[in-house]
Design a protein around this ligand. Structure first.
Ligand SMILES: [Zn+2]
Length: 290
């Protein structure tokens, strides 16, 4: 049994079909402005038939719009997973977003990520922030940062009530786990399987007593990444929908719903969808190594 059969979310290195690393001019990597801020336009007073921008949120279980409006979300990653999640968060009324992603938008991203021709070659964090601006109907601020997460954490205050982590490498996930724990804030992690058909979403609670991502997935290899595996927009949207639901719950509470922190989904229906509560794991290298 090979590793892929054991865990389709973990990827053996070498699946990328890049023959050799392309070379770029050095100055290409130097950003004049590694952080840019974009303001949304508040059109909440422009009502025609229904005067309330979020009238259809009325009656949604546990929904408290003012809590979402005032929440501050840091999106770690601005690709297929967090692009869709960011769009949904902004549209649903989250007014303070920061998006961190140093990767450059490429042609192959356009099939599922929120970039356009003019974004190609530019940092995803900044360009996604720019592109989400027109979706921010309640105004608010969307900040894009084009440096790696660990650099952004050192260089900027990054005000956040929650992290939303949609990246393709475990090292960044690990850094986000630790930083969220240090700040005592929740974090939602999303990931796709290597065949692009299945997804996992996990809500790490804010307390050190809550299980971390490594409690849920102890075999995650911090040095493994899967940047060139299959991905399609249907899976990204499927996972993003559940990511946003968990963000909403972390921000607004569960009301009468039964809380859970783990969800596993499959577009094809060939594997069992799982939902439940991951418990803290004795001996977890992250929880007990901090
Ligand atoms: Zn743990």
């Amino acid at each position: 049994m090979n590793k892929q059969e054991i865990d389709p979310y973990e990827n053996e290195l070498g699946l990328c079909h890049v023959q050799e690393a392309p070379t770029f001019p050095t100055e290409w990597w130097v950003l004049d402005k590694p952080l840019e801020t974009f303001e949304g336009e508040d059109i909440s007073e422009a009502g025609t038939f229904e005067v309330d921008l979020f009238a259809r949120h009325d009656g949604i279980p546990a929904h408290r719009q003012e809590m979402l409006d005032n929440s501050r979300t840091v999106l770690v990653g601005g690709g297929g997973l967090n692009g869709a999640a960011g769009l949904a968060l902004v549209r649903s009324g989250a007014r303070h977003l920061t998006i961190i992603d140093p990767d450059r938008a490429e042609l192959s991203n356009l099939s599922r990520q929120f970039f356009f021709k003019e974004d190609l070659g530019l940092p995803k964090g900044i360009r996604l922030a720019k592109n989400l601006r027109s979706h921010a109907f309640l105004g608010g601020t969307i900040t894009g940062i084009g440096v790696p997460f660990e650099v952004a954490v050192d260089d900027y205050p990054l005000p956040a009530d929650i992290f939303v982590v949609g990246v393709d490498n475990n090292l960044c996930r690990l850094k986000a786990v630790i930083e969220a724990r240090r700040r005592r804030i929740p974090a939602v992690f999303s990931m796709l399987s290597s065949d692009g058909m299945r997804g996992r979403v996990f809500l790490q609670g804010p307390s050190p007593l809550d299980p971390c991502l490594w409690c849920a997935l102890p075999d995650l290899d911090p040095i493994a990444s899967m940047p060139c595996v299959s991905a399609i927009i249907s899976a990204c949207f499927m996972v993003a929908a559940h990511t946003v639901f968990l963000v909403h719950r972390a921000v607004m509470g569960w009301g009468g719903m039964e809380p859970f922190n783990w969800r596993e989904l499959d577009l094809t229906g060939s594997s069992t969808e799982r939902i439940g509560r991951v418990e803290k794991r004795k001996g977890c290298s992250v929880c007990y190594g901090l």
